[in-house]
Design a protein around this ligand. Structure first.
Ligand code: PLP
Length: 453
């Protein structure tokens, strides 16, 4: 693309450091500038329309033109545009949102702490786990285990939990005391002849061995996404969470369910925790919590954890944690409105109605010569690419990123992650739009196959 002087693209290259972008490449390629949206479509500065095949970042559940959210923000801006929650202060939307989340929680939860991003919610969870164990008089029980290829954010603690090499490399992460165990990707990690259940048993055995090696008295918590979406849409093998949770229980290790992507109907239930029978002590939420129209995240904690925080903060004199924008009233008002829309428009029923068609297309694309595995649940899926259905592409080819570029040429925005092309459209997508999305993806796969020959 030619970049005109003083264009948006040129100014972006001149001034903007982009997250998760190859900074060197950006200097010549420049940005794709998005200027508008309608339903599941977004439009770029040249007027080209795309289906948002990833709902932005797995997050714009209601698409890009939900005026009720804009109006909720404006109404709140006019009455109380900002107030914080430090030192016993509160605003009505923050109270109502906390109440609503506790009522919706998939397992009994006691309190909600608000933050602004998934990373901050997970960082808060780490700090509360340490605080909790100090309150209980076991200061040595602090280590945290997450999974290779898991994604929990990029801040110092949440970036350490993330089990992806580029989130650590040259950032001097992970922090000591944050450990990673096997990724439960059956097709990739199972041994020849090993059943899904036997593989799940091996994952749980590896977790147990790690806990025993470290000393159970030093291991505090285990973080898991119900489906590992950012790491390549890894759906847990049968019996996985049942077996993992038995190990956690045996060694008194807390479970944190990272529902930042799965939360709010993505997997066909309101929470991934329900889809996979999790019994978490804490749950983190973000993204679809506000349909991403404003930044807000939440951490829900159990009564047991809350009781320890009460005792510890009484001893210290305060609970010394919080963000200026924790429970920001405008973001909370938008989140509340999103939750109302989910309920009034029956978003869960809609997901359940259209997901079979989405997954049928995914299964069909699994037969494409370039696809070695098609996996997914609800309205999220990953297509793993391979030159011959068994071996892997040379990682330096960045084949899935190339496939995403071809998809963009065919009017779909999505992302490639290692060798997996992800699909995670806005939850409001119709069956006709699913058909259109999948036809375009199929053309992108054909182009990628020709390119890779
Ligand atoms: N947890 C999960 C499961 C995520 O997918 C993400 C982001 O993609 C995060 C946490 C981090 O959220 P944020 O980017 O809002 O910090």
């Amino acid at each position: 693309m030619t970049i005109r002087p003083n264009s948006l693209e040129a100014r972006d290259i001149a001034y903007h450091l982009h997250p998760y972008t190859n900074a060197a490449k950006h200097q010549t390629e420049g940005p794709l500038v998005l200027t508008g949206g309608e339903g599941v479509y977004v439009t770029d500065a040249s007027g080209q329309r795309y289906i948002e095949g990833l709902a932005g970042l797995f997050s714009a559940a209601l698409g890009f033109s939900e005026h009720r959210l804009a109006e909720a923000a404006y109404r709140q801006m006019k009455t109380m545009p900002f107030y914080h929650a430090f030192g016993h202060k509160a605003t009505e939307p923050g109270i109502a949102l906390a109440e609503r989340l506790i009522a919706m929680a998939p397992v009994p939860m006691s309190k909600v702490f608000f933050a602004n991003s998934g990373s901050e919610a997970n960082d808060t969870a780490v700090k509360l786990i340490w605080y909790y164990n100090n309150a209980l008089g076991r200061p040595q029980k602090k280590k945290i285990i997450s999974r290779l290829r898991g994604y929990h954010g990029v801040t110092v603690a949440s970036g350490s939990l993330t089990g992806l090499p580029y989130a650590h490399r040259d950032f001097d992460l992970p922090l000591p005391g944050i450990l990673h165990t096997l990724c439960p990707h059956y097709r990739r990690h199972a041994e020849p002849g090993e059943s899904e259940e036997a593989f799940a048993t091996r994952c749980a055995d590896e977790l147990e061995a790690l806990i025993l090696r470290e000393g159970p008295e030093t291991v505090a918590a285990f973080f898991a996404e119900p489906v590992m979406v950012s790491g390549g849409v890894v759906v847990p093998p049968k019996t996985y969470f049942e077996k993992i949770q038995a190990v956690l229980k045996k060694y008194d290790v807390l479970l944190v369910a990272d529902e930042v992507i799965c939360g709010f109907a993505r997997t066909g239930n309101m929470f991934g925790t329900e889809t996979y029978g999790l019994k978490p002590d804490m749950i983190t939420l973000a993204k679809q919590l506000s349909a991403s129209y404003l930044p807000i995240s939440a951490l829900m904690i159990s009564e047991t954890i809350y009781a320890a925080i009460v005792a510890e903060s009484e001893k210290i004199g305060t609970f010394g944690h919080g963000y200026t924008y924790s429970g920001h009233p405008v973001a909370a008002a938008v989140a509340l409105e999103a939750l109302r829309i989910y309920e009034e428009d029956g978003i869960l029923d809609h997901v359940r109605a259209v997901a079979p068609r989405f997954q049928a297309h995914v299964a069909r694309l699994g037969n494409h010569p370039l696809v070695s595995e098609a996996r997914g649940v609800g309205l999220v899926a990953g297509l793993e690419l391979s030159p011959d259905k068994t071996t892997a592409f040379d990682p330096s080819l960045l084949v899935a990123s190339q496939a995403a570029r071809f998809a963009q040429n065919h009017g779909v925005i999505t992302r490639g992650m290692n060798d997996t092309l992800s699909l995670c459209p806005p939850l409001i997508i119709s069956e006709a739009e699913i058909d259109e999305l999948m036809q375009r993806i199929e053309r992108a796969l054909d182009d990628t196959r020709d390119w890779a020959r």
